[in-house]
Ligand binder design. Sequence first.
Ligand code: GSH
Length: 203
Amino acid sequence: MSLPSLSLLLSFASPFANKVMKSARYLDIPLEYIEEAPYDSTERLLSANPLSKVPALLIGAWPDGGSPEPQTIFDSAVICHTLEQLAQQVGRSQELLPARGPGRWRALRDEALCDGISEAALLLTIEGRRPPEQQSESWQERWQAAIWRGLADLDQRQDEIAAGAALPRIALGAALDYLDLRHADRIDWRSRHPALEALALRP
Ligand SMILES: N[C@@H](CCC(=O)N[C@@H](CS)C(=O)NCC(=O)O)C(=O)O
């Protein structure tokens, strides 16, 4: 069995797209990248995701025919879980998450935690682009506090996470990359949580 054609609509700055790109590399699945500016809401993006968000995955034709119709998948968690299933179907041995049981639930929780850090960091970016007089100090403090609590929680459980599944560590790598890209001035995570560098997976 071979893989269908796989195209990822993405913005290279998006932490969620970064997570999907890293996961695909980890699974050794080739993706075609199609750059989209999500805030332009192009027809192509809207037909893939009515929410106008990246990343979105276009699953095209299967080379051997007789397989499912082309379809689009979002959001990043669903895309990563789908890529893992495709990888298994073609006999790849790498695993993003345990198949079932408490190990899977813990990994999904920690994927959500790292995605939540990325989401709070994204909200900080968007807020920072509003005119200064419209920016809310209290929301920015709340998002920053959520980021710091999330990072501290991962740091405290570093042994458990290091011994666990790949996907939360990939999602952490994407979140930390995004913090460096957009918020290096105010979120110096390396000083407070130096152990996170080695915990993050960046295939
Ligand atoms: N939960 C989604 C979040 C995706 C997301 O928020 N993407 C941002 C870019 S980083 C976006 O496309 N925003 C456009 C918008 O909100 O209109 C995921 O994991 O894929």
